[in-house]
Write a protein that binds this ligand. Sequence first.
Ligand code: HEM
Length: 451
Amino acid sequence: MFSVGAYLQIAALLAVTFVSFFIWTYLTSPSPNLVSLSDPKLLRTLYNTRGDYLKSKFYDVNSAKVGHEIIYNVFSTRSNKEHAHAIRPVRKLFTLSSLLKTEPLIDATIQTLLSELDSNFVLGENAGKTCKMDNWLPFFAWDVIGSLTFGAPMGYLDKGCDFDGSQRSGVETFFYFACVGQIPELDYFLAKNPVMRIGPPAFNGPAILCAQRVAERQKEFEIKGKTAHKDMLEDFMRINREDPSIMDENAVIGALIVNVLAGGDTTGILLCAIIYYVLKDQSVYRKLMEELDAANLPCPVSYASAEKLPYFDAVVKEAARMHPGVGLILERVVPAGGLTLADGRVLSPGTIVGMNAWVIHQNKEIFGDDAASFNPERWLRGKAETDEGYQVRLSIMKNHDLTFGAGKRVFESCGSKPRMAHPVLLVYEADWDRCKASEKEQDRGLTSIRG
Ligand code: HEM
């Protein structure tokens, strides 16, 4: 075994080698090898269903290191072959019919959210207290993900705080991904350093959480000889037990990490955006209330009835357009043959290109002259519009909606948003006409509400 001193020497040597490599690479490059594109005509070229524009090394950073192993997941893998292998066993678990079976779990979490908001901010001596919805909606989203993934809510709604630090760890993870992803090679020097992990928190927090849950469930299986949970952990482990070549233990952990990280934050962000925009615009708020009044819905509202609410659907789509949960360039690599831009310039194979939803969603040619404003009506048929004209306009907007990505690497099930967007119907339940936030309060956090 090496002494601590020897390890430190190796680490110092590696550090010097890496730093020299980066200084050399970046000083000798004419420019960083990334071109951010905003021409909507190129969207279906970069994000096509053939998948010839592979994901860039930026996504490598999203893999977690557990022990000495780097665990790639369905989101982070760049290879089409590995992606097909990783997505095959999980795809059916994310179909609408599978997800609808989880409705009772989501309903129970909606009930918990409503009763926590009532008791903490609306009833008795708590009436009138300010509620930071940008805390409570992520608590809800993470609890739903916990129920679907591990069979029980994470407990954030019950405790009213990030009691185990997982949410903070998720935020730090994304911060690491966003920054280090710009120079992905740095990741092998920091979080994936072969000698010793250095640098800020990365994917290790969520990875440890998921590995622990797998170990606990495995132990239960060994003691009882069987387990009968109705959650994704059980589904993933069953696939692993039946045929590890389809999903090995690392793939199980990788799939869980994706659920925890990709689902909680993004959904929390969308929910906050919906509440923010609805409360900011009185005419939108009133219209939504009218639709909900007329529908006379039970609480919680089922997916089937929410689907029949066109204005609600338009509000959700518009909030996602204005405030897409992923604010980074979705990087891809130009394949052999290069990419010709509208002005005739050709980007050579290997160039990294990408688009950002925050840019594309503001394009006036696609979304109209008022693209900068929150206007759910754009998703509905205008009074003077023919049905044919509306369908054409709608399909152009849908084809340029990057909220959930596009092309081969879009994850269809991210679109289970209508169900996850349900607590927004608490706008209705809580009669927020009485308790809407002041402009100042809304702008301080994304949303704060006074009960
Ligand atoms: C409002 C909520 C969500 C938003 C805005 C969102 C956004 C996105 C985006 C933009 C991508 C494409 C990334 C790229 O091409 O680089 C993506 C991919 C992905 N998302 Fe989501 N997502 C949401 C919810 C979820 C949920 C709930 C899950 C799972 C529990 C999930 C799992 C995934 C996976 C696995 C991929 C990778 C798909 C692939 O490469 O085949 N997402 N998401």
